[in-house]
Ligand binder design. Structure first.
Ligand code: PLP
Length: 365
């Protein structure tokens, strides 16, 4: 390594691996929790008209006033709560971490969970503490409270529902963690559209809670837009770190347009939930597989010991890209994660999966 790089780039950054996005060209893409549906043709046309009206020579509205108003209405942000927008909720995680970071500061989250909490803690020079979930992926509240007491984290992240397990933590468990944490608790509701519960309407009940959402999983992953809702006490501070024009003009008008047609996305997410139920049933019927309950647009499932990589590769050869979680080890050993696609994509996945399982059986596992 170039000696100057070694001298100046922080060791914890040199140790990291950049977030890897696999090449999906030509494959049925069931790896990244995207909504598989495009917009109806008429909608695309009127969206393009709206986009054409943007003065691209000008900076975007730094406050994204119109878009924020629209988000408040459509998402039901409680009156009195502030909102802050991010270039994806990833950016919001980064802003929160930057606001609290310091040499003796830490972030805490259960494990396994969304990998960006840990990565961003490292970017910001913070310690990261993780507390294993129980074997059914529920919160180990006793262990969480002990770790929170011991480590005094500045921020606790709870993915509600959790990625990559797909389950919704018990609400009472989350409430207990909120009450017994001195720092900020961020409820990450990236999958709220597919879940049966939310903390958004309770966000002002506590003085240490903010709720984060994104439009990515509901069907607008390409826009890069997330928002944080909470009391202005917290959000005024986070706003100072947000770069002035983080939400570009095309995203602002496109998201506004999309939210005016929320019913289209609602219909799509309902379809995805119905198809999730079907896929869950199909996976449960296969003797060798153990799928975990999901309140998201993906299903985590366990395959026979030591076979995750072979099944993943076999699916890929058949043109289907899912996510192999097995390398993370621990509770994710032998686990694969599949995003709910269109009906035809789900059937293609099942067919390829059956073929992979049969291949394994014929070579003796
Ligand atoms: C996908 C995901 C995000 C990131 O969403 P973006 O808005 O696309 O950056 C955040 N949290 C969880 C739990 C996710 O699964």
């Amino acid at each position: 390594m170039n000696a100057r790089v070694k001298q100046w780039v922080r060791p914890e950054i040199r140790e990291l691996h950049a977030y890897h996005v696999p090449n999906s060209h030509g494959l049925i893409k069931l790896d990244a929790m995207e909504n598989p549906y495009q917009w109806p043709h008429e909608l695309t046309q009127s969206w393009l008209d709206r986009v054409a009206s943007v003065s691209i020579n000008r900076y975007p509205d730094p406050g994204a006033v119109a878009l924020k108003r629209c988000i408040r209405d459509v998402m039901g942000v409680p009156a009195g709560a502030d909102i802050m927008l991010g270039n994806g909720s990833d950016e919001i995680i980064q802003i929160i971490a930057m606001a609290v970071s310091g040499p003796s500061r830490s972030i805490l989250a259960p494990e396994p969970t969304f990998v960006m909490y840990r990565m961003i803690a490292a970017f910001c020079g913070m310690h990261f503490h993780s507390v294993p979930l129980k074997s059914d992926f529920s919160l180990d509240v006793t262990a969480m409270l002990e770790a929170i007491e011991r480590e005094q984290p500045a921020v606790v992240f709870l993915s509600y529902p959790n990625n990559p397990s797909g389950n919704l933590f018990s609400r009472t468990d989350v409430e207990r963690i909120i009450r017994e944490t001195d720092g900020l608790v961020v409820i990450d509701e990236a999958y709220h559209a597919f879940a049966e519960d939310s903390f958004l309407s309770d966000v002002l009940k506590y003085d240490n809670v903010v709720v984060m959402r994104t439009v990515s999983k509901m069907g607008l992953a390409g826009l890069r837009l997330g928002f944080l809702a909470g009391s202005s006490d917290w959000l005024v501070e986070f706003e100072k770190i947000r770069l002035p024009y983080n939400i570009n003009s095309l995203t602002q008008v496109s998201a506004e347009f999309a939210l005016e047609h929320q019913s289209v996305f609602d219909a799509q997410t309902q379809q995805i939930c119905r198809d999730r139920k079907e896929l869950m049933k199909a996976l449960s019927q296969r003797e060798d597989l153990h799928p975990y309950p999901s309140q998201t647009n993906f299903i985590l499932f366990k395959v026979p010991e030591g076979s995750a990589a072979r099944i993943f590769d076999s699916l890929k050869r058949d043109g289907i890209l899912i996510k192999n979680m097995s390398a993370a080890g621990g509770m994710l050993a032998d686990c694969l994660r599949v995003t709910i696609g269109k009906k035809s994509e789900n059937s293609a996945f099942l067919k390829a999966l059956d073929k992979a399982l049969a291949e394994m059986a014929s070579v003796g596992g």
